[in-house]
Ligand binder design. Structure first.
Ligand code: SR1
Length: 347
């Protein structure tokens, strides 16, 4: 199968942990996990969309397996509310806080307050620039690099491009660094339009912008849209304009809904580079738990992404994320930040 590692097929099992927490703590775990009920907060900036829902589901599954009392604060793309939620979590007496995305400039002082109270903090995709805070990411430079290598493989190195980007989000900023380098090294690649929107309606708002950009620049043949909601928006626009057959979309992220959109007949969405967001959510909780248990956690924690092409998915007959996890072990689990006492098998 193209672009998916040739790996042994294992039996598909629905999302659950193979080693459940004992009622009242985890057998063999260090304190306080031996007793259970450790309070940890998951504070997101964005909750809408497949990526963030799957990330939260993975965090909840890992928390359950560790008998953690996980308090989930919904993200509404509201920096003031996220600050307020961190203060609420401190008042709740949590032992750890996982911060999932956000704007660093609005978080620094409240995160300091948490650290001062001895609360362990983990950051996913938000640069809090503090040596006490482990940073989780999906190896965004590698992710963008894999996508752009596929772009060149399919289109050569001279084409007119559209690019979807919103500055200020750590993963998008890291992917943007790779795009900028790529353009400087491939002068035949001309960025004709750049647009994007991150909101609770990212896909539809991006679709409106993409439509305008594609009408104004009918010579665009490639769109680099490194977030699945961006890719959905561009695909919507291409379908509305009836230009799907002359456009190729390259993205990041994957979900069952994304796979369906990629493999459908005539889809312009030809490749994505992704981790399993549920695995990333689980890794984030493990990083918090290890710190609460007084154990070492690396400062930089990465979950490596995999290139998934339309051709490869179709050839392999993969239609869901569970089927993907059968073929790509990285979609089942990650060996990042684990310990013998932590149940970490996701599928
Ligand atoms: C608005 S930032 C969106 C990205 O965050 C996560 O890293 C996902 O990969 C998504 O692409």
């Amino acid at each position: 199968m193209k672009s998916l590692p040739r790996l042994a097929l294992s039996a598909a099992i629905p999302l659950f942990f193979t080693q459940a927490a004992m009622a009242g703590g985890v057998s063999g775990a260090p304190a306080p996990f031996d007793k259970g009920g450790v309070k940890i907060a998951l504070i997101s900036y964005i909750s809408a969309g497949d990526f963030f829902q799957a990330y939260q589901a993975g965090a909840e599954a890992q928390a359950k397996a560790l008998d953690i009392d996980l308090r989930v604060f919904p993200g509404r793309q509201d920096a003031a509310e996220q600050r307020e939620q961190i203060l609420q979590a401190i008042n709740l007496g949590v032992s750890g806080i996982v911060i999932d995305h956000g704007l660093p400039e609005s978080l620094g002082d409240v995160v300091e307050q948490a650290l001062d109270k001895g609360i362990k903090v983990v950051a996913f995709d938000v640069n809090l620039n503090n040596p006490k805070i482990p940073q989780v990411e999906q190896s965004d430079h590698e992710l963008a690099d894999l996508a752009l290598k596929q772009v060149v493989k399919d289109n050569g190195s001279s084409f007119k491009a559209g690019y979807v980007y919103v500055a200020g989000f750590a993963p998008l900023d890291r992917r943007n660094e790779v795009w900028e380098t790529f353009k400087s090294q491939n002068t035949g690649v001309v960025e004709k339009a750049s647009f994007g929107n991150v909101s609770d309606t990212t896909a539809t708002s991006t679709a409106d912008q993409a439509k305008a950009a594609l009408i104004a620049n009918p010579d665009i043949t490639v769109v680099f849209a490194p977030y699945d909601e961006f890719a959905r928006g561009v695909k919507l626009a291409a379908n509305d304009l009836g230009i799907g057959s002359k456009l190729k979309i390259y993205s990041a992220d994957v979900s069952t809904a994304d796979i369906q959109e990629i493999i459908e007949p005539g889809s312009p969405w030809v490749a994505t580079v992704a981790t399993n967001p549920a695995v990333v959510g689980a890794v984030s909780i493990r990083a918090a738990a290890l710190q609460v248990a007084g154990q070492d956690v690396p400062h930089q924690i990465t979950v490596k992404p995999t290139l998934l092409t339309q051709e490869g998915l179709r050839t392999a007959g993969v239609k869901t994320i569970e089927e993907l996890a059968q073929k790509v072990p990285a979609f089942s689990t990650s060996d990042a930040v684990t310990a013998t006492w932590i149940p970490d098998k996701l599928f």
